[in-house]
Design a protein around this ligand. Structure first.
Ligand SMILES: CC(C)(COP(=O)(O)OP(=O)(O)OC[C@H]1O[C@@H](n2cnc3c(N)ncnc32)[C@H](O)[C@@H]1OP(=O)(O)O)[C@@H](O)C(=O)NCCC(=O)NCCS
Length: 168
């Protein structure tokens, strides 16, 4: 559950990823407050209540700091930033059946551009699971001595995101 650092000054361009997704029938766009219940249901069903709680903060930001991936009107993935701490990316997740098709990458890059637009030069990916995904996608590097980071001393009944399934 280490944190990772991302250089936001060297992000891949977002438009080609969004266009590619659209050609594959997937819309990647910013979430909106009127969808909170639907999205929360998706996150709880596929991931955890903890992650649904974390991204709920993003709906209070303006612009909303949550991105969705949508296929045929249904949520298939999400990413969020500036929720758990300032300058943090996460959580993010793609439904099992939709993985391995570039959806997670598009959601990641969309949110990281959101952080960059806020003025951050570097972003932090909090409590990562698949570190290799972040390194390959955006050159993220592990931050030394970053465990347990912000998820120390969890409540016993809820637990940190690391206890969510799957973990991150
Ligand atoms: C991690 C996750 C969001 C990736 O979504 P995805 O849509 O499958 O990812 P993509 O298809 O966009 O993959 C982009 C690249 O990352 C690689 N990749 C994807 N998941 C990976 C993983 N877990 N470990 C290593 N590499 C991974 C892909 O092979 C691909 O590489 P390529 O471009 O060289 O082929 C998804 O697997 C997921 O929801 N996992 C469970 C929740 C989770 O762990 N979230 C992260 C919290 S920190």
């Amino acid at each position: 559950m280490a944190d990772m650092l991302v250089n936001l000054l060297q992000l891949p361009p977002l438009d080609p990823l969004i266009d590619g997704m659209r050609q594959a029938g997937v819309v990647v766009r910013r979430a909106a407050p009127h969808e909170i219940t639907r999205v929360r249901r998706f996150v709880e069903e596929h991931f955890s209540t903890v992650w649904a709680d974390e991204i709920s903060v993003g709906y209070a930001n303006k612009p909303v700091s949550v991105f969705l991936a949508i296929r045929e009107g249904e949520v298939i993935g999400f990413s969020a930033y500036e929720c758990t701490r300032r300058g943090f990316f996460g959580p993010t997740g793609v439904a099992g059946h939709a993985r391995g098709k570039g959806v997670g990458l598009a959601l990641l890059v969309a949110s990281l551009h959101g952080l960059a637009q806020m003025g951050y030069a570097y972003g932090i990916i909090g409590g990562v699971g698949p570190a290799e995904f972040y390194t390959r996608a955006v050159g993220a590097t592990l931050i030394p001595d970053s465990t347990p980071g912000i998820y120390a001393d969890p409540l016993s009944d809820a637990g940190p995101p690391s206890s969510a399934k799957p973990s991150r």
